[in-house]
Design a protein around this ligand. Structure first.
Ligand code: CP
Length: 323
């Protein structure tokens, strides 16, 4: 595997899940695979889970790991070609990428949506430069549009906790004071569409996700109706994806105070099938979800985060096997 971006990159999903469960039983069984191989993890944005779980995954496989926080200690990077570099950016990505690649065998990159241009974000202009100019396998650690390591961990968690062959999985928008990217809901939708689940998305009008990711999934604007009989509830905020409202891309469409009834609480959970609550974290309590719901025995936020180590181990293993 040279690029890990979308669900298709893993090939057969059942095989990938079986591999994940085998690795979870013995996560050090491939220690020799990564010997004398180096993973470089590059962060343009903050992280707790992705940083730690991906480092741990690389160590599970016997790899060396280098972590670079671009905004803390590295030169400020220019990302656009043709710019006269007379500002505060001292180095261009076009030199930095091959230099960084010369010190490693595999590159992971986190670079969020910038919300300056929908076209640039949805064309993945940063990650695609790494793919084009590094000469190394590149895996996405959350890009402008996708977060596949998270979605794979989410699917592993659903597989572990489901009580029926085809559970109902509801992804719900929830309020947030800031404009957040669409990477997590995009990937979650893409992966749920590929999995054997009854998938429903619910959000206020204007927050329609890009059809590239949401596909033919059922969209229900009435949150209570969407929650009926749900086995899993996956909460996330996202800003306007610019699908039905192109001029509002990346914006919070209306003051979050007007949407506090979308916060996941016992009121909505009462109409579910004793649903498990899921969120990728970090989460703002009593904004996205109440204390009661996130602390309930049915909440899966901690095992879900723990599975990030497993999804990253499978992905790095697949990449190492292709070197
Ligand atoms: N869920 C997730 O990716 O967490 P971090 O942003 O802390 O890495």
């Amino acid at each position: 595997m040279r690029v890990f971006q979308n669900v298709e990159d893993l090939g057969n999903l059942r095989t990938a899940l079986d591999e994940a469960f085998a690795i979870k039983k013995d996560r050090y069984q491939y220690q020799e695979l990564g010997k004398n191989k180096t993973a470089l993890l590059i962060f343009f944005n903050n992280s707790l889970r992705t940083r730690l779980s991906t480092q741990k995954a690389a160590m599970n496989l016997g790899m060396n790991v280098i972590v670079l926080d671009v905004n803390q200690g590295a030169w400020k990077l220019e990302t656009e070609r043709g710019v006269v570099m007379d500002g505060d950016k001292s180095e261009h990505l076009l030199e930095a990428i091959p230099v960084m690649a010369s010190y490693c065998d595999v590159i992971g990159v986190r670079s969020f949506a910038r919300f300056e241009s929908r076209e640039d974000d949805y064309n993945e202009v940063i990650l695609n430069q790494f793919i084009k100019y590094s000469g190394r396998p590149v895996f996405f650690m959350e890009s402008a549009t996708v977060h596949p390591l998270q979605a794979f961990a989410d699917l592993i968690t659903i597989e572990e906790y489901k009580k029926k062959d085809r559970p109902k999985v509801v992804m719900t928008w929830a309020p947030h004071p800031k404009a957040l990217p669409q990477a997590v809901p995009n990937s979650f939708a893409q992966w749920m569409n590929a999995a054997d689940v009854d998938f429903v998305v619910t959000h206020p009008e204007g927050y329609e996700l890009d059809p590239l990711f949401v596909g033919d999934a059922r969209v229900e604007y009435d949150q209570m109706k969407a929650f009926e009989g749900a086995d899993f509830v996956y909460a996330k905020n996202w800003s306007c994806p610019g699908v039905t409202r192109p001029n509002d891309y990346g914006k919070v469409l209306e003051d979050y105070h007007n949407f506090l009834d979308w916060t996941v609480s016992d009121r909505q959970m009462a109409v579910t099938n004793q649903a498990h609550f899921m969120h990728c974290l970090p989460v703002r309590r009593n904004m996205i979800v109440t204390d009661e719901v996130i602390e309930a025995p049915t909440s899966l936020v901690i095992p879900e985060a723990a599975n990030r180590e497993i999804s990253a181990t499978v992905v790095l293993k697949r990449i190492l096997e292709s070197l």
